[in-house]
Design a protein around this ligand. Structure first.
Ligand SMILES: CC(C)(COP(=O)(O)OP(=O)(O)OC[C@H]1O[C@@H](n2cnc3c(N)ncnc32)[C@H](O)[C@@H]1OP(=O)(O)O)[C@@H](O)C(=O)NCCC(=O)NCCS
Length: 177
């Protein structure tokens, strides 16, 4: 993904690991005010504009999902682009008040299932080398590092890892018992 947060989001004190009661659902244009709020909070100067967000969520090959809490408020969003061969994670973000509760993992799991369903061979992404929460998330979803792109993120000349999840690899064998 071409965005990067200004700094990795810090853990929210007391947020714990309690499962969040959220619904993961497709995004619509009605979600744009919530998206704009979270973009600005999570990505700072690198945030996509309202127009870019509006274009992106309906763009060709795009699939965007959001995580909504009980009152319908959006607290997370994630997007995927499938080009007919591979898929690319375009963005993922969770409202800082709801981080650390498994919301991003759930959204990405839905998108990875979608990528499998449409026949993608692999899923690719870029991530800032200093974004520990995101790196941990991608590592534990099975992504592997392909290489390091120098000064990929501006401003600041921050490097990115490119990562890939092979969807054609056989599922790991389970141990009986
Ligand atoms: C990265 C981000 C999307 C994770 O969202 P989240 O909803 O908090 O993620 P989850 O709760 O699903 O957690 C996924 C894993 O990351 C870990 N994690 C979450 N926040 C963390 C933190 N601040 N530090 C270290 N690990 C963290 C969790 O422990 C979890 O691992 P576990 O299941 O093994 O315990 C969120 O931090 C965010 O929005 N960051 C700002 C935007 C961003 O950086 N997007 C990614 C761009 S590549």
């Amino acid at each position: 993904m071409s965005q990067s947060p200004p700094v990795p989001a810090p853990p929210v004190p007391g947020s714990g690991r309690a499962p969040a009661e959220v619904e993961v659902r497709p995004l619509t244009a009605a979600d744009l005010p919530d998206l704009e709020r979270m973009e600005a909070e999570l990505f700072g100067p690198a945030a996509w504009s309202t127009q870019s967000l509006a274009d992106e969520i309906v763009g060709p090959g795009r699939t965007y999902v959001g995580a909504a809490v009980g009152d319908g408020r959006l607290v997370g969003y994630a997007g995927l682009w499938f080009d007919g061969y591979d898929a690319q994670v375009m963005t993922v973000g969770t409202d800082s008040a709801y981080q650390g509760r498994g919301i991003a993992r759930r959204m990405l799991t839905v998108l990875l299932d979608h990528a499998r369903t449409v026949g993608a061979d692999a899923v690719l992404l870029e991530v800032r080398v200093d974004n520990d929460p995101a790196m941990h998330l991608y590592d534990t979803l099975g992504f592997v590092r392909l290489g390091r792109r120098r000064a990929y993120y501006q401003p600041g000349d921050v490097d990115a890892w490119t990562m890939r999840l092979d969807l054609r690899a056989p599922a790991p064998a389970t141990t009986p018992g």
